[in-house]
Design a protein around this ligand. Structure first.
Ligand SMILES: [Zn+2]
Length: 312
């Protein structure tokens, strides 16, 4: 049996797993991310995590076919240096060279959203697809593009940032400093903004009541009101999904992938999210008469990032 280790470095935790050749995680461990602290501490946490997995599995580093890292931001794949990562507060961190001092095996690195997309293609909802675009709807909007079975990320490894393509010119301010990005309309942050605006206009709504009861409004509150048939919540979700579908339509027109995979906590809503997107695609995609991609829910959750990282 061939084994690899995949490491997913997130802003709050670092998760690593031993992945077998069936692309299954056979052992998984995680530690909190010491974001904002000296990078050498985080690097040593990652190395210890890998060593723990090897020890518990009675394996040596030499038994591994490789180690892969998924890290937010942009990394130079050849040198293994993390060029920048906002979540971690990193700039020019020699992550792979440092890890190579501990583990004498091939070590590769890629963006975490790209790794998640690859994970879904290898073992999840896009298994067997040659081309797929995955979007992760969370606090921001992550993107991963797989073409011919491989991650496409441009000449500088920073490509695939579909969240920062404009869908409303001059629209809402995005975290990147540009106005009207897909992320500013399709992140859960955007959904909450739209829901609060709708609730403020309709203080008689169940949505407004949930907001007041809980002291704040989040995705759970919004979908609770939605499933209680509250019209204000339904209108806010419909507005949000219109923008999600606008961005997805652009991606389909550019890439015509076999599958669009939608991930992030919100994808647990399943067809509530997917059906309106499919309907809008059927209306708006450029060559809809020829074919439309499958729009599917990501199935691996956080494991996608580990499995994909193992194979970057
Ligand atoms: Zn942006």
């Amino acid at each position: 049996m061939e084994y690899r280790i995949g490491v997913d470095i997130g802003g709050t935790k670092i998760a690593a797993g031993l992945v077998n050749e069936e692309k299954e995680i056979v052992l998984k461990k995680s530690v909190p991310t010491r974001a904002g602290e000296n990078y050498s501490l985080v690097v040593s946490d990652i190395a210890d995590l890998i060593q723990d997995i090897l020890d518990e599995s009675h394996l040596q580093a030499a038994d591994l076919s490789g180690i892969g890292i998924g890290c937010a931001g942009a990394s130079d794949k050849e040198s293994g240096i993390v060029l920048f990562s906002n979540n971690l507060g990193w700039r020019d961190v020699p992550l792979v060279p440092e890890l190579k001092k501990r583990f004498d095996v091939p070590i590769h690195i890629d963006n975490d959203a790209n790794a998640a997309a690859l994970g879904e293609v290898l073992a999840g909802s896009a298994k067997g697809s040659r081309s797929c675009v995955m979007i992760t709807l969370g606090t921001g909007v992550g993107g991963g593009i797989i073409l011919d079975g491989k991650v496409y990320d441009g000449v500088n490894h920073a490509g695939g940032e579909v969240g920062h393509t404009v869908i409303v010119s001059g629209g809402e301010m995005c975290t990147c400093g540009r106005r009207g990005c897909f992320e500013a309309y399709a992140s859960t942050t955007a959904l909450i903004r739209m829901a609060k605006k709708a609730a403020t206009a309709h203080p008689e709504s169940r949505l407004y009541q949930i907001w007041q009861e809980n002291g704040d409004l989040n995705g759970i509150g919004i979908f609770t009101a939605y499933h209680e048939n509250d019209q204000t919540a339904k209108d806010a979700v419909a507005e949000y999904l219109f923008y999600v579908a606008e961005g997805v339509t652009n991606l389909v027109n550019i890439f015509q992938p076999e599958k669009i995979v939608i991930g992030g906590g919100i994808c647990a809503q399943g067809d509530v999210i997917l059906e309106p997107v499919r309907r809008q695609l059927a209306q708006d995609v450029f060559c809809k008469e020829v074919s439309l991609p499958d729009v599917v829910q990501a199935t691996l959750g956080n494991d996608a990032g580990i499995i994909g990282a193992a194979y970057v």
